[in-house]
Design a protein around this ligand. Sequence first.
Ligand code: GDP
Length: 442
Amino acid sequence: MFDSLKERFENIFANLRGKGKLTEEDINIALREVRRALLEADVNFKVVKDVVEAIRTRATGRQVVESVTPSQLIFTIVYEELVRIMGDAPVPLAVSPKPPTVYMMVGLQGSGKTTTSVKIARRMLKGHKPLVVACDLRRPAAVDQLRVLAEKAGVPFFGPEPGERDAVAVAKKSRAFAESRLCDLIILDTAGRLQLDDELMCELEEMKSASEPTEILLVVDSMTGQEAVNVADAFNKRLGLTGVVLTKLDGDARGGPALAVRAAAGVPIKLAGCGEKTEDLELFDARRMAQRIIGMGDMEGLIEKVQSATSEADIERMTQSLKTNRFTLEDMLVQLRQIQKLGPLEKVVEMLPIPGASKALKDAEIDPKRMKQTEAIILSMTPKERRNPEIIKGGRRRRIAEGSGTSVQMVNQLLAQYEQMKGMMKTFGKMAGGRGGFKMPR
Ligand code: GDP
């Protein structure tokens, strides 16, 4: 996701690295690059202009204090501005104090309304009894698609009678059905078109007044470009949106809608769809997204992932070694075992905010056979050696190689790899200690 944008930003910061003082010319060059990067990512030009101007105002005339390099300064400002245009804190879905809560899902055909309706229902199963309602009577397969997905997810479903053509009537009837089944949350999956269309808007307006929705959520495919802004604007003017759901963030989205749709609709992006399965839905978090866009990796996502794959004891150990900056060979063994448990390595590497992480992990060649040898080598060391690897010199290396049935060369490789991981853990530790879990590059 956002690969080319990420690369562009990394280059911008790299070019500023090593500069002692920020001249107007430096700022101009950096801003020109920021503008180009955002426009190429299909961010709406008005939003680009707004961001670039905000960065210029904040960067110009700023005294560069000694502890902050120009690269760090621009990086922080760009980060904060990206967060600002995507919306600060995550905004949860509203729940009506007087049930039922009604969510009306709107958007173009193919944006992901049907899938997202079930995703939201599934997410709300904790604490609610949701009902999904098929009000998309135009796309022939839509009703069945919703029924099948709902069944799989264990969510009650309500749809039209055979041959019924009036979507507003279905929405109205769903209320009584929800009441009879004690459902306190109704999710209306409405029809979409390939393009904006007046007839559809009229139907949606009618549905809105008939069902008094708590939320009207616009579903936007994050792979669409500039069009997303017009769509958001049009839906908002006619219906008054309360939130946006960005879908398909798992694909190779360029970033445009994520960065521009909030400004266009003037409402928060509330949720992010990140896969085809009904569990692939996350709260949209602008900080996390900005970190990904400017190439700092998804720290919080990574931490969550690591936590779900590790035991309490492992987490405690890792936290300790991060805090004290003491990363031993025992920690390394735990780490390598965890990495194995984390699943597809590329996904993990993508989340790592550490320059060189991808290469270091590739070098580690985490295949099961290699893991066994690594384990054997570490286990052939004395506890003292594991905690103080710097004492492992020539004689000890030979003994360890013999004891583990490997070679001195493999012991050397492992120690080199340890040094590399230690460096990474240091960076990681510093970042984990910072606000929001991110740290500026040097
Ligand atoms: P609708 O026409 O707006 O109801 O769109 P659908 O819910 O039918 O979705 C269109 C296509 O996009 C389907 O093939 C979905 O599986 C797919 N889709 C929806 N959300 C996501 C997502 O977050 N990630 C991915 N990869 N695919 C998605």
